[in-house]
Write a protein that binds this ligand. Sequence first.
Ligand SMILES: *Cc1c(COP(=O)(O)O)cnc(C)c1O
Length: 217
Amino acid sequence: MSLSEIQTRLTAAEVASGRVPGSVQLIAVSKVQPLERVVAVLAAGHRLFGENYVQEAQAKWPDLRARFGAVQVHMIGPLQTNKAKVAVELFDAIHTVDRLSLAEKLAKLAQGRGACPQLFVQVNTGAEPQKAGILPGDTDGFVTTCRAMDLPLAGLMCIPPEGEDAAPHFAMLAQMAARNGLTGLSMGMSSDFEAAIAHGATHVRVGSAIFGARDYG
Ligand SMILES: *Cc1c(COP(=O)(O)O)cnc(C)c1O
């Protein structure tokens, strides 16, 4: 697979779903990838990336931004509250607002800086005990709470349970976003981004299909 193949499939999925071509943002998930693969995707002109770890992103992106100019980097991994300060300075968006304590910390930082990255609330659509995210039944209330803190909510994000059909989870997330007046939908990965686009994804997070398998060794 390659960036251009994924872009071709993404455009086809947009057209097939009656979406405006170019309306879905492709987040190239570069966590744990060798630097030369990331540089190759930058050299091909791509300018939107996703990272899971604050420290890894901090080591990588200041240099790459200096070399390649304006690059958007989105945080898509779990965010510890004690890393929130670094995160709001490094990232253009945070997709993993998954608890009240983090929302409160982000609100405090936003007040101090007068700026805040775009935020997505992570919803645990499968109500999996080991997974981060706001439970579906608590999501409307959590969105209201975030808005009361003046947090700039862009939308909702989910990671469907492994080994299950993702479509019902994408549909649920789309419904929850719509009834809360949120337009952003961060959903879909290498194996299911086309289904996510059919259900209204605005941001798909694609890693291994662009860069190849991750080697955590
Ligand atoms: C790693 C990761 C991705 C990308 O996964 P692939 O299967 O490699 O496309 C997407 N979203 C999140 C939250 C991730 O942690």
